[in-house]
Design a protein around this ligand. Structure first.
Ligand code: KIV
Length: 279
């Protein structure tokens, strides 16, 4: 079914069926207008907690709250019809216990209408993932570089460089997949390790700084559009320079306002347009 003719949302079963098949296309999305632009082109819109840094100018994602994720999840749902919407569980909203994770995940699903939640973690989060999945909450896992662990790991560092690190990330991936996650983000991970994980786990892997052989890819939309300049990881490819265009448009507007060339008669109520000159 083409993106244009599809009338229902992409489901967990649709994504699971793509293991080893056509790559799954994922982009982050935080607002309704952006959801409208992206929806025809992607399988999944991820309302990532990266919004803390990209939209709110925070240094890390740690201060993002469940309420913020719900507000942006609702916006992404309003702006989309076809893509599956997955909403991130923010730091502090699931790590305490499976019951805490379920309470917050249930709120996110009920109040946004999204299909699934994403949470970061490996072996230590497997019990929680199983608890959620068994109670009807589809889960996207997230292993490798885990931005919510920024202080514990001493920065945003790629994972899997040494044999011990590689084994650690692989064990995390296996644990989350075996706990029932329908998909798994593999972020900032040495390419051979991300490739090996994709071969080893039964669920779809979504790479971001992972491997071209992951079952899908995700990037932050503002990164690919040139709308976020604070931090540019190696794995980002810029497909547009909209930040520069925004700046040019604002400068042109400012110049016209200062010169009283804007607004023109066509932008005013009760002002006739000038008659074209005859002869
Ligand atoms: O928060 C986020 O946007 C993410 C993706 C970059 C995978 O976790």
């Amino acid at each position: 079914m083409s993106a244009q003719t599809q009338t229902r949302r992409v489901t967990v079963r649709d994504i699971a069926a793509r293991k080893g098949g056509d790559p799954v296309v994922v982009l982050t999305c935080y607002t309704a207008p952006m959801a409208q632009f992206l929806d025809p082109h992607v399988d999944i819109l991820l309302v990532g907690d990266s919004l803390g840094m990209v939209v709110y100018g925070m240094d890390t994602t740690l201060a993002v709250t469940v309420d913020m994720m719900i507000a942006h999840g609702q916006a992404a749902m309003r702006g989309s019809r076809k893509a599956m919407v997955v909403v991130d569980m923010p730091f502090g909203s699931y790590g305490e216990s499976p019951a805490q994770a379920y309470r917050n995940a249930a709120r996110i699903l009920a109040e946004t209408g999204c299909t699934a939640v994403k949470l970061e973690g490996g072996v230590e989060m497997a019990e929680t993932v199983r608890f959620l999945v068994d109670r009807g909450v589809p889960v996207m896992g997230h292993v490798g570089l885990k931005p919510q662990m920024v202080h514990a790991t001493g920065g945003f560092r790629a994972q899997g460089r040494t044999e011990a690190e590689a084994e650690h990330v692989r064990a995390d991936a296996r644990a989350i997949a075996e706990a029932g996650a329908f998909s798994l983000v593999v972020e900032g991970t040495w390419e051979p390790v991300a490739r090996q994980i994709t071969e080893e786990v039964g669920c779809v892997t979504i790479g971001i700084g992972g491997s071209p052989l992951c079952d899908g890819q995700v990037l932050v939309t503002e990164d690919i559009l040139g709308l976020f300049n604070d931090f540019q990881p190696k794995f980002v490819k810029r497909y547009a320079e909209l930040g520069a265009q925004v700046s040019e448009a604002a400068a042109a507007y400012a110049a016209e306002v200062k010169a009283r060339r804007f607004p023109g008669p066509e932008h005013c109520f009760g002002v006739k347009k000038a008659e074209p000159q005859k002869g």
